[in-house]
Design a binder for this molecule. Structure first.
Ligand SMILES: C[S@@+](CC[C@H](N)C(=O)[O-])C[C@H]1O[C@@H](n2cnc3c(N)ncnc32)[C@H](O)[C@@H]1O
Length: 267
């Protein structure tokens, strides 16, 4: 960086990366198959500087008006969209930028307060084939923790949605000292690769998400009582039998496969 870092705006979740190891882990996660790159929340351009070295169409979306003057050291002003990423419809955005037919790698050191809704919007955009995302560790645990498919009790919507549509793996951990200013929490970098043939088609995302909302609303309650107001007793009995679950089971302990099967039986 040639310019000194600006002061960090806490309301925008600003913690700038300073660990070269973490910067390298993220930027080295580049896949040769990627045909375009998007960075969300580039800040003053700590990752941008490295990402811009690939000779691919590259666009960034940043909310803070102070940053274009920093980012323009590395990318042309036309590549910078000054906006709230949550308000952007990604598929329209890709079309405007003429990358809607490309396989996109999306990179983001995510602002913690908006990481979950942003992740959902990334999952829904089919052009995004690869992602390298930094999360607060607790959020990363909800995406990836799946140590024992039989005993796991942390099953939830975020894990199901992420892993139905992507293969996910942890790239590295980032302690508070990896950032300036240091956050109060640990962070985790997660790598995502879109599944070519997901068990539930992306076109059913909305319906699947709404099923998961019902399923996990009371995830410690027995399945039979959680779902009884949404489906007829016959339909439920049939779906439970075909998916190999009991009405006394609790959704928090299901495997990904059981949840996908249950959805398919009940849709
Ligand atoms: C954790 S900082 C990361 C900065 C830089 N990429 C880095 O790794 O050091 C998060 C960045 O996201 C930006 N940001 C916060 N909310 C945003 C939103 N809704 N849309 C776009 N950018 C946002 C912040 O201004 C900040 O630049």
């Amino acid at each position: 960086m040639t310019k000194t870092l600006p002061w960090a705006d806490k309301n925008l979740g600003q913690h700038f990366l300073r660990s070269q190891n973490v910067i390298d882990s993220i930027t080295n996660d580049f896949k040769e198959e990627a045909q375009a790159i998007i960075e969300v929340g580039p800040g003053p351009g700590i990752l941008t500087e490295f990402l811009a070295k690939h000779e691919l169409p590259f666009f960034v979306i940043e909310k803070d008006k102070r940053f274009p003057e920093y980012l323009e050291q590395f990318i042309p002003s036309e590549a910078i969209t000054l906006s709230d990423a949550l308000e952007i419809h990604l598929e329209d955005f890709f079309e405007q930028k003429e990358i809607n037919n490309k396989d996109i790698w999306l990179v983001s050191n995510l602002p913690y307060n908006v990481s979950v809704p942003l992740l959902i919007s990334f999952i829904k955009a089919p052009q995004i084939k690869y992602m390298t995302l930094m999360f607060q560790r607790e959020v990363a645990d909800k995406v990836i923790s799946f140590m024992n498919p039989k005993k796991n009790k942390s099953m939830g919507s975020l894990l199901v949605l992420s892993q139905t549509y992507f293969d996910v793996s942890v790239l590295c951990q980032a302690p508070p000292g990896a950032f300036q200013p240091p956050p109060k929490v640990d962070s985790t970098v997660v790598s995502f690769k879109r599944r070519e043939n997901p068990v539930i088609a992306l076109s059913e995302f909305k319906q699947f998400e709404s099923f998961l909302r019902k399923l996990f609303q009371f995830k410690r309650k027995q399945l039979g009582s959680v779902l009884k107001s949404h489906y007829s007793p016959e339909k439920l009995a049939d779906a439970f039998e075909k998916s190999g679950v009991l009405r006394t089971d609790r959704a928090e302990s299901f495997s990904l496969e059981i949840i996908q099967n249950l959805y398919k039986e009940l849709r």
